[in-house]
Design a protein around this ligand. Sequence first.
Ligand code: PEP
Ligand code: MG
Length: 578
Amino acid sequence: MHETLTKDEMVIFEGSALSDGITIAPLYFLNQHSYDIPSFSIEVNQIQGEIERYRKALNSSRHDLKKIQAHLVDEGSKEGGEIIDAHIQMLDDPMITVDVEERIQKMMRNTETVFRTSMKEYEEHFSAIDDHEIKQRLLDVKDLSQRILKHLHPEPSEEIKVDKQPSILCDFEIKPSLVAEMGADEECGFIATMGGYSSHTALIARSRGIPLVAGVDLLSIRRLDVKCAVVDGFEGKVIINPTEEVLKSYREKKKLLKQEEAIVEELKYKSETADQHSVEVFANIETSADIKRLLGSDVKKIGLVRSEFLVGEEQISSCDEEAQVEIYREFFYQAQDYEVDFRLFDLGAEKECKGRSSHELNPALGCRAIRFLLKHNDILKTQLRALFRSSLKKKLRLLLPLVTDVLEIREIREVITEVHKELEVEDLDYNDQYTLGAMIETPSSIFMIEHIAKEVSFLSVGTNDLIQFVFAKDRSCPHLTRGCDEYHPAIFKMIQEIVKRADKCGIPTSICGDMASKRLLIPVLIGLGIRNLSTTPRNIPIVNKIISDTNYSEAIRVTKEILTQESSLQVKRLLGLK
Ligand code: PEP
Ligand code: MG
């Protein structure tokens, strides 16, 4: 597609928006230099020296990682700290310690060569296995081994030294510790070919507010003569060699974002439009650091807890009830004043679960979300038991992911009754007060709202999944069908239908997908009759500001016009985006 372009022409690459923000900067390709590390034989009397050198490199790596970890924890990124802690623990893994030392003795070659050989074998062995957990671990191991190599051989050209600030770092996969290491005041962005929303890298980028776009064809970008680029982490776009006009508009956007951030942190907004129509803003929570960000804000409710991130894959797949009780107790303690819509584990598709995910041809359409929970009864029951045991002072509002049929809701209710009985028999303290909510993320659930509303007390619209199902378009391959996105009139018609049906049933409904934080779309959602928006804590001040700048009557007028458009492109033009 880009072959015919002249090398410095503007080109837009679409990818997945994994972390918000905008960076305008030159590109820096990591891994572009090959390591030129010497490889040579050693004598018997050099073995001990090589082993000592290796141990020193491990110690220096530990020292680096501890520094990064402390800095992340200081910043409030507990999860980032935990990910780095896993790297620190890997330094004690026999694969890294004794295995390498023994090989130095056997192979009689310099440490770098032995270490690289070991790591290469490890990678080759595990990269053949199609398992999300192993892939994540592999990336963590690669990340760590580069750090160790850097200490063994301090001057390689690959060392990441970005002298021009700001910069956009590009790689096939971005390592989590690289995102963790960027200084808080350094302006940077990331582009990757691989990577999903639930990867460690994305989690750290979001918790640090660094833009990250994945799913981008870096090979094509490398063929271009890139003078400057823009990473748009809101829209999931990479713009190569932006024209003066595009650059100007992004610079203005960035300036505005900065100004707004400074202003909105000072100001308190009422949750209403300029002409006094109430629109509530709730928080989407993924990590405990997110809750801390809420403290002191005007937010009264947590509209979505992505519990699969809060708990983590290890404790989910091992059905570790006590570990979950501890996590939820801490969570409910921190969230004591908020009403919480707590989503049960949304697993499957890109959020694979160790040892449970079967190989599927179409994972996005496969055993996922509520289907996954009903199939893996032990995982569901463990979560429910832990939740009922840890929320004694709160009415539990359990949100069910990707509901497609009322029978699924009834089945969950049966499991809950079973769990309550078990806890009763075991004489454990538990909470028997709960209500259910359903995520509306598929066309089938929209058309069955009247029936679903008889089973649950609230609805939450997951537009991220809804968009992929409306367009039959995998959300991890955004470039598949250009223009089939959240600006498309088909999506607004769907939301209009949801509001019409939900209002008729009198069931409260919120939007918790990414659309709820898109500045140009917020007035449209309000115009469509949406009254509750749930977004990440970082976005709440801005979303509040946009609501208070919106005129309800004007929003209705624009929305009516939008509903008559034929394409996303037309809507974008109407909203002044293109
Ligand atoms: C959604 O699909 O819009 C949603 C909020 O859920 P998730 O992004 O976690 O799938
Ligand atoms: Mg979803």
